[in-house]
Design a protein around this ligand. Structure first.
Ligand SMILES: Nc1nc2c(ncn2[C@@H]2O[C@H](COP(=O)(O)OP(=O)(O)OP(=O)(O)O)[C@@H](O)[C@H]2O)c(=O)[nH]1
Ligand SMILES: [Mg+2]
Length: 329
């Protein structure tokens, strides 16, 4: 499935129905008076979060959404029916901005949460409203108002609680694959992962916690190098970052610092996220060298350091224990 996390759409609410001019004409009721009914209101356009959707793919092909117009008023003071509201489903975690000003109009997080964006035009008034002592047979009516029109920017920010980050090839996808039932592509070349992978990891309580594995970050990512920057938005909402380091790399400490630098350049509070530094591929180094690496990392960073081998399944339960502790579970 294609992963689309940004979209631009146009919404148009329904126009209000016009009021009409009509007069009551009945036997035995001479000069029955004005009886033109009001127009119905135009339908609103509403966005609704839907937990069954994972991407904004639907909006790649359909970009214009128009709610139904209100109907004209009828004779005998009948009000026209209102246009039906148009409900557009978006994935949970979609942020909605006005395209022109960039102002955030809303953020749909919980399943079923709604945001009324474009309001339908009010229906016009029929001539029955304009009866007065001066004018017993008014010909006046008003037209329905146009519905609101909005250009929106939709941006999906995944709602994973734990984000796995690191340089390309650190073993991020391998880790999510051993912890959850996610089956991302794994290979020994950088940038295997092109879009975020989500996996549900079972907590001791039996509930699931969503982990996200995002494409590798490289130096310059915050300025657009590689793929990582585009996907950093998906870890903005995580509660914990698992920063994975490759024990087999030339200088894992330098690697760690370069990814940290990208986080700080990206901003959005990413540096304030709690995180764990996790050395992966431990079997590639002697025990003594691993110990030294842990010490060097602890010297330059205040974050907790753990050691695992995702491929061999070593240290995973200690890692998860630490994750649950950080999350307060
Ligand atoms: N020796 C060893 N190799 C590992 C371990 N974990 C992952 N690998 C290997 O490292 C390579 C990269 O693994 P991936 O999981 O694709 O790495 P990634 O971080 O998702 O990489 P990108 O998606 O490119 O950013 C693969 O060849 C894995 O088999 C480990 O614990 N030990
Ligand atoms: Mg990967």
């Amino acid at each position: 499935m294609q992963f689309i996390d940004q979209a631009r759409i146009k919404l148009r609410a329904g126009k209000g129905g016009d009021g009409i001019v009509a007069f009551r004409r009945e036997k035995y009721v001479p000069a029955g008076g004005p009886s033109g009914g009001d127009g119905g209101n135009g339908g609103h356009v509403v966005l609704e979060a839907d937990a069954n959707l994972q991407t904004l793919l639907d909006f790649k092909f359909k970009r214009l959404f128009v709610a139904a117009d209100g109907k004209r008023g009828g004779p005998n003071r009948c009000t026209g029916s209102s246009g039906k509201d148009l409900v557009i489903k978006v994935p949970c975690g979609t942020e909605i901005r006005d395209l022109n000003t960039g102002i955030v109009l809303g953020d749909l997080i919980d399943n079923g949460q709604r945001l009324f964006v474009a309001f339908g035009g009010r229906g016009g008034l029929g001539n029955a409203h304009y009866l007065s002592n001066r004018n017993r047979a008014p010909e006046k009516f008003t037209e329905g108002k146009e519905g609101e029109e909005w250009f929106l920017q939709l941006e999906l920010k995944l709602l994973a609680e734990v984000g796995i980050i690191g340089l390309p090839n650190a073993g991020k996808s391998t880790l999510i694959a051993v912890l959850s039932s996610a089956r991302p592509k794994i290979a020994d070349y950088p940038f295997t992962t092109l879009v975020p992978n989500l996996g549900v990891v079972r907590r001791p309580t039996g509930d699931g916690t969503l982990f996200a594995d995002i494409p590798g970050l490289i130096s310059g990512a915050a300025q657009g190098a590689g793929l990582g920057h585009d996907f950093l938005r998906h870890i903005v909402r995580t509660k914990l970052l698992v920063h994975l380091l490759d024990a087999g790399a030339v200088d894992p400490v330098k690697d760690m610092l370069s990814v940290e630098k990208e986080l700080s350049l990206y901003g959005q509070g990413l540096m304030d996220h709690p995180r764990l530094l996790v050395i992966n591929k431990k079997e590639l180094l002697e025990d003594r060298a691993i110990k030294e690496l842990v010490q060097s990392l602890e010297k330059v960073s205040s974050h907790k350091v753990l050691v695992i081998s995702a491929a061999m399944g070593n240290g995973l339960s200690e890692l998860l224990d630490q994750v649950w502790e950080e999350l307060g579970i």
